[in-house]
Design a protein around this ligand. Structure first.
Ligand SMILES: Nc1nc2c(ncn2[C@@H]2O[C@H](COP(=O)(O)OP(=O)(O)OP(=O)(O)O)[C@@H](O)[C@H]2O)c(=O)[nH]1
Ligand SMILES: *[C@@H]1O[C@H](CO)[C@@H](O)[C@H](O)[C@H]1NC(C)=O
Ligand SMILES: *[C@@H]1O[C@H](CO)[C@@H](O)[C@H](O)[C@H]1NC(C)=O
Ligand SMILES: [Mg+2]
Length: 410
């Protein structure tokens, strides 16, 4: 009895094994690879349709499908792809609050997907308060390079002792009454002053020569196929922009007076072959309010750390307009670049498609947009709009506007 029971068990076990073997071999498609191989999928479709679609076949990039075909194998990352060649001495930099986490997460994802996943540059985060663990955990998981977190020293985020507090307070009340955006905000003013004169001097930033500034909730609409930092270095560029526009006059009524004071006091810092024509229509008597929009910047940190720029910032800071008015870092950087850099040291990136509420830069020229897999609507491009200063930038530099720009004027 015991002997025949064992016999039955052996038969059942053998049957079970056969069933399992059958199940695996028959459920696996041709050549035993799972149907995650795109060329297999297409071949099978062709076979089923009884025809051949050579176009679909030719369009496949074989190198993209190099995951080993074992099952189960569900890769949780995109295929690893690293751009060739050395890296530059460069970092992304973001000033943010802990509460900005999901807005900055979105920006990081755009920058990584379109560019940095192939370059793995570092990312420095700066804050006037300690970053919390949640902010660090999420941003670290998204950035492909190293992440670094810095707290801003108090003396870089407070009123200098020469500022008359009650005068500054009165200004904020007036601006609030006039409904000027951020007109009554103290923190916004510290932010503008910090971005104007201090971020490049933060100890974490001293390790780098190049920076790319990224703000919360920005978007990139096209692939970037080359190292933008290396481009800057190879072409002798020190500052760059994608969008330019006119500043809100109410926030900078005396900025140009202060700039003129600087020019008189430090003529040695002015570049002869500069872009004065971008910021002034009358050779420097008055400001035309044009500026590069500084929420996007790729630039050279050593230029910002130069004696010329530091003398410029200190002069403006002394005059108090960061608090007695509401000077923004955009006009402050732009005027500096226009007066103290050579014409060819400022670069306009037509091929970097960018959005920061409420403006879009969508590259002019369909060929570029298709090649770079852009997903912006060219109708949204701000460049040739009457409120943009980009046309002026081209004219001042005697540059030819990108082909097809007239069609995108509206
Ligand atoms: N740590 C810190 N960062 C700030 C503070 N205020 C603004 N920022 C950051 O400074 C940058 C500019 O601030 P935004 O609020 O984006 O100013 P904006 O771009 O002029 O205006 P928005 O249209 O609101 O984007 C962003 O990267 C913010 O995250 C602050 O009080 N503390
Ligand atoms: C996918 O299929 C193609 C053609 O059948 C084959 O050459 C290739 O090696 C397969 N790739 C993988 C990852 O199995
Ligand atoms: C990067 O640049 C900074 C600032 O110029 C410099 O101090 C540092 O030594 C450089 N690092 C490398 C690796 O070249
Ligand atoms: Mg912003």
């Amino acid at each position: 009895m015991a002997g025949s029971q064992r016999y039955v068990r052996y038969i059942l076990l053998a049957f079970l094994c056969l069933t399992i073997v059958y199940f695996f071999t028959s459920s696996a498609p041709i050549r035993g690879t799972p149907l995650t191989n795109a060329s297999d999928v297409i071949k099978e479709q062709e076979a089923n349709a009884g025809g051949s679609s050579s176009q679909a076949h030719l369009s496949l990039d074989k190198d993209t499908y190099t995951q080993p075909g074992t099952s189960p194998n569900t890769p949780n990352t995109l295929p690893y792809e690293s751009a060739e060649g050395p890296r530059m001495n460069a970092t992304f930099v973001t000033l943010a609050r802990n509460s900005d986490i999901w807005e900055i997460a979105k920006s990081i994802r755009h920058v990584e997907d379109r560019f940095n996943r192939r370059y793995n540059y570092d990312w420095v985060f700066l804050n006037d308060q300690e970053f919390d663990d949640n902010f660090k955990k999420i941003t670290t998981s998204l950035v492909s390079g190293k992440t670094k977190y810095g707290t801003i020293p108090k003396e870089h985020w407070s009123f200098p002792e020469w500022i008359d507090q009650s005068k500054a307070e009165k200004v904020r009340e007036d601006m609030k009454a006039k409904k000027i955006i951020y007109g009554d905000s103290v923190s916004y003013r510290h932010m503008c002053r910090y971005e104007s004169g201090f971020f490049f001097r933060h100890p974490l930033m001293l390790d780098y020569e190049w920076y790319w500034r990224v703000e919360p909730s920005v978007e990139l609409y096209c692939d970037i196929h080359y190292d933008t930092f290396k481009f800057m270095a190879d072409h002798g560029k020190k500052y760059s922009f994608v969008i330019s526009l006119y500043e809100y006059v109410e926030t900078i009524p005396t900025l140009w007076d202060s700039v003129k004071g600087f020019m008189a006091k430090f003529p040695q810092h002015l570049e002869k072959d500069n872009t004065m024509g971008f910021v002034s229509d009358d050779g420097g008597s008055t400001y035309n309010h044009c500026h590069f929009w500084s929420n996007f910047e790729i630039g050279n940190l050593n230029w910002l750390r130069s004696q010329a720029y530091i003398d410029y910032f200190n002069h403006l800071d002394r005059d108090g307009g960061f608090f007695y008015e509401r000077w923004g870092d955009a006009p402050v950087h732009s005027i500096a670049a226009s007066l103290m850099l050579k014409k060819e040291e400022i670069h306009f990136f037509n091929d970097i498609a960018y959005y920061h509420v409420p403006f879009t830069h969508c590259p002019t020229g369909e060929e570029t947009r298709l090649k770079l897999k852009c997903h912006c609507n060219p109708k949204d491009n701000f460049d040739w709009n009457g409120y943009s200063c980009t046309s002026r930038f081209f004219d001042v530099n005697g540059m030819q506007k990108p082909e097809g720009y007239e069609k995108e004027q509206h």
